[in-house]
Design a protein around this ligand. Structure first.
Ligand code: NAP
Length: 151
């Protein structure tokens, strides 16, 4: 990837699903630091250890499954919050992701939802509501740790 970047074939390089134990050795030998670490992050699975390592090392956290692969819609508390802002749950959750400094990567095959998911730049969440969403960790489950899965 470094060769590709030096050859001008890409503007930035990065990694995915890297935990600090993977990033630490990489940071030691890499000539060009990863610009991004794409990991699963959403209100129910906040990956604090990885996010904080990314922040400390100036690596952008790209949040995949920012809607918890659809499970976030089961969190009843988010419906009230969405009503309060006259937005949808998806928009509130994606706005939270941006507020946290992540780059959310939602997926939809539904054109209306793709449009909806982009309409998040005309409102802001209050500090109290950000803190409330922070408190939802675990509410719609957590991703498995690959080190602990018996493949
Ligand atoms: N690096 C990795 O290891 C890794 C792993 C997993 C995923 N990813 C990436 O992350 C992207 C997104 O993750 P994901 O697909 O796992 O989960 P996600 O974006 O959190 O959730 C996708 C689900 O939410 C639904 N959805 C999307 N927008 C919605 C809206 N506004 N209202 C209601 N439902 C909505 C989608 O339904 P419909 O599509 O039916 O509209 C789909 O069922 C993927 O495209 C993939 O590229 C990366």
């Amino acid at each position: 990837m470094e060769a590709g970047l030096k050859a001008g074939k890409t503007r930035a390089i990065g990694v995915s699903n890297f935990h600090p134990r993977h990033l630490k050795p990489l940071l030691k030998f890499a000539e060009i630091k990863s610009a991004v670490n794409q990991i699963m992050v959403n209100p129910s699975d906040q990956q604090e250890e990885i996010v904080s390592f990314n922040v400390d090392n100036n690596i952008l956290t790209e949040a995949y499954s920012p809607l918890g692969t659809g499970k976030i819609f089961e969190v009843a508390e988010l419906a009230d919050l969405a009503n309060k802002y006259n937005k949808t749950i998806a928009q509130v959750v994606l706005r939270w992701s941006l507020h946290k400094g992540y780059l959310p990567l939602p997926k939809s095959v539904t054109p209306a939802r793709i449009k909806e998911n982009a309409e998040i730049f005309d409102f802001d969440l209050s500090i109290e509501d950000i803190a409330f969403i922070d408190s939802l960790h675990g509410k719609a489950g957590l991703a498995k740790n690959p080190d602990e899965v018996d493949f």
